[in-house]
Design a protein around this ligand. Structure first.
Ligand code: TYD
Ligand code: MG
Length: 443
């Protein structure tokens, strides 16, 4: 078998240039692993009904928003990958977590990216006491695994997986084969020793090579750290979690003394200038919490055929559907109009409940009329133009109430699903999209 060490593609024969990624001189022969002979009768199934081991204990990281995304702390012996672009704050997050956890047990930071002095400088900036954190500057995978096996810290963090090199395979650090080998060896070390491993992974701007997605199937949990360079808040989300939900979002703010959890983010993503044309507030549900977000739209004449439909933070297919429903059922002429829709602040609102807010934002932009002041909207749009009920109506209403919103444009929802409460917004229940427009965005 021949394998490209850049992209991992397999080929039946040697090639000077990889047929898959186009890199030169990267294809090498790889001998098949020897296969152990099959032993008959060696397999004894376990019945799921039989009592098993109790679930592995979790350790709190001392960082509320990180624990939230992990599903209540780090599971012992798990391998967690934290990915993000350079400069987003991965090293800061990891060092803060280690500092907190060093109060309860031994923690180790393996740094391949920065010198120990650079780590010390960061530690001095942070509000949390890092004195008990052990640091090793090392890039050899075999040495790191040996250190985990002999020192047996409670938690080890490796910053970053791209800097590790294994002697067992050739290829420069950061190449696909090296990174995979590192993740696989560390996973094995975590499972055999019970040491929890935090793995930092660099993601390039184009989401590129050796990114966390490539390691997704190898590790227990993948967290992605995102944010906009110009703004100080950061968003942590799980794209895979064997020990928790992936609906939760962690919110942080980068301050002078490190990352701070944002405890009450309900109104964080609302623009101070709300009430503008092309903007509609949507109460989004993110795991155990509700967030008010602003859906923004820009509609403008274009000569481009077909016109552009660009969505950021919304589902593209749903955006196309909403536009089709508005054209067919609300008489909007968008055939020669570009439509841009985005959710402010880098938040994702992908669920169908966003439809109605998207529709109102687009109509507002198209008509040049702001959405009714004090109004928020949620509901799914059917292709027939009907507004369909969605989950969590009560939580959405409560979130709007907490921020002082007066009107909720929403689907008809059984009264017992939504307990009446004081300060709750007036419920403008609508059956169809045209009725919603009459209520919230009349010319
Ligand atoms: P860093 O954690 O090094 O990012 P990554 O490991 O993802 O590349 O830090 C990112 C940025 O955060 C860095 O440019 C400086 C800034 N920063 C602060 O604003 N406050 C702080 O306390 C620290 C440690 C960093
Ligand atoms: Mg770093």
């Amino acid at each position: 078998m021949f394998v490209c060490r850049e992209c991992g593609a397999h080929a039946p024969r040697w090639m000077g240039r990889c047929g898959s990624c186009g890199a030169w001189g990267t294809v090498n022969e790889q001998l098949p692993a020897s296969v152990a002979p099959i032993r008959a009768g060696a397999v004894t199934p376990v019945r799921l009904g039989d009592a098993g081991e109790s679930p592995a204990p979790r350790t709190g990281t001392g960082i509320d928003e990180l624990d939230r995304v992990l599903g209540g702390g780090l599971v012992e012996g798990s391998l967690v990958l934290i990915g993000g672009e350079p400069g987003i704050g991965k090293s800061t997050l990891v060092l803060q977590a280690l500092a907190h956890m060093s109060r309860a047990g031994d923690v180790l930071l393996i740094t391949g990216e920065e010198s120990i002095d650079q780590v010390r400088t960061r530690a001095q900036r942070l509000a949390v006491d890092c004195e008990a954190v052990g640091v090793v500057a090392e890039t050899s995978l075999e040495t790191v695994v040996a250190a985990i096996e002999t020192l047996r810290p409670a938690v080890v963090a490796i910053d970053s997986v791209q800097t590790l090199v294994s002697d067992a395979i050739d290829g420069a650090p950061g190449t696909v084969t090296q990174v995979r080998q590192a993740a696989a060896s560390l996973m094995k070390a975590a499972k055999t020793t019970g040491v929890t491993v935090l793995l930092v992974g660099q993601v390039t701007k184009d989401g590129g090579l050796a990114g966390p997605r490539m390691l997704e199937h190898l590790v227990d949990t993948v967290l992605i750290f995102e944010g906009e360079e110009m703004r100080s808040h950061r968003i942590l989300r799980a794209v895979k979690n064997r020990f928790g939900s992936i609906d939760e979002t962690g919110l942080f703010e980068m301050r002078a003394r490190g990352l701070e959890s944002v405890a009450d983010p309900a109104g964080l993503f609302l623009d101070a200038h709300r009430g503008q044309v092309g903007s509609c507030v949507f109460p989004a549900i993110q795991g155990s919490r509700a967030l008010l977000v602003e859906v923004q739209a820009l509609v403008g004449h274009t000569e481009v055929v077909p016109p552009r439909r660009v969505g950021v933070g919304v589902d593209r297919t749903r955006l196309a559907q909403v536009i089709a429903v508005l054209s067919r059922h609300a008489g909007l002429r968008l055939g020669d109009q570009d439509v841009f829709v985005s959710v402010a602040g880098g938040i994702r609102a992908l669920d169908p409940a966003t439809d109605l807010a998207i529709a109102l934002a687009i109509v507002s932009a198209h008509r040049g009329v702001p959405v009714a002041p004090g109004a928020g909207a949620f509901g799914e749009l059917a292709l027939t133009g009907a507004v369909r009920p969605v989950g969590h109506a009560a939580r959405r209403l409560a979130a709007l109430a907490a921020q002082g919103f007066e009107i909720a444009v929403m689907p008809r929802t059984a009264t017992d699903a939504v307990p009446e409460s004081s300060g709750a917004p007036r419920r403008a229940e609508v059956d169809g999209v045209t009725q919603a427009l009459d209520v919230a965005c009349a010319r």
